[in-house]
Design a protein around this ligand. Sequence first.
Ligand code: UT7
Length: 313
Amino acid sequence: MTNLYSKIIGSGSYLPEKILTNHDLAKIVDTSHDWIFERTGIEQRHIASKNESSVDMAYKASLKAMSMAQLSSNDIDMIIVATSTPERKFPSTAVLLQNSLKVEQGFAFDINAACTGFIYALDVADKYVRAKVAKNILVVGSEKMSSLLDWKDRNTCVLFGDGAGAVILSESTAPGVLSTNIGSNGSYKDLLTVNIDPEFIEMKGNDVFKIAVKTMGKLAVSTLEKNNITIDQVDWLIPHQANSRIINAIAKKISLPSEKVILTVNKHGNTSAASIPLAFDDAYHNGSLKKGNLIMLEAFGAGFTWGSVLLKF
Ligand code: UT7
């Protein structure tokens, strides 16, 4: 019997037109370009317009992913959107996206695992493909993080940005997703949170930083061990883009040269569940990712949640 895999056959992304630089932020709060850049690696982020929602951004990214995969609305049998910034409480962002894309079959739902959302979504999508429930799944990360920011809080407002990334995960007999690994621990719920009222991101940054490095480092090692591969076989690491210092620390921990790490946090800031598909699409379009590459995706976020995906592109 031939093995059945899920495989990424299309990718697309969307970034809002407006760019907010560190210098712009220094006019709003007590901060500086140097502080933000040195502590996070961020130089700028995109900010959605007032009327632009996570559905609108997801729609634009999805059209590009479908075009690359040469699929039309009739071919999509499942949609998952990873988001913490839905347009409405319900219907879900995924169902609204289904409507925008004029997908009239299948089913759609959201996943909220904060910054790990896209990894959770890939984990679920892979299982639906291999269970033969769906053949072509649209998996999206879309976030309007700017809607959750207290623009008077310099601890958080300098860190985040808006955008969307999408992939098509399809049934394949050639190797694609090789393994997925997700986890969570709710006892850390108060270190990084958005309460209902006021609806702002609150974070104990330094605590999150340390646990993120430790968890993602361990996760990368266990992903390699589980798949019986060594680090030199990995072509690219695409980590969640929250802080270049976190990313560099993980790469060092697993002895991965920085040339093999995709870094977009400088341009995008932390776009939560959108960060990995945005980085993936950026790296694909600048020619870094090539067909056949072995890629490790890895994320960490509020909850805490974490996860990795090892895949052949
Ligand atoms: O996406 C999910 C996961 N999220 C993350 O991974 C984020 C993890 N955390 C981080 O990336 C870092 O902890 C931050 C970038 C948020 C902060 O960097 P840090 O090196 O941990 O700094 P800190 O929080 O320890 O703050 C150091 C100082 C403080 O001043 P004092 O108390 O030492 O006088 C802050 O008040 O930096 C100050 N500070 C700022 N200064 C200028 C905090 N934010 C700013 C700012 N501009 N924007």
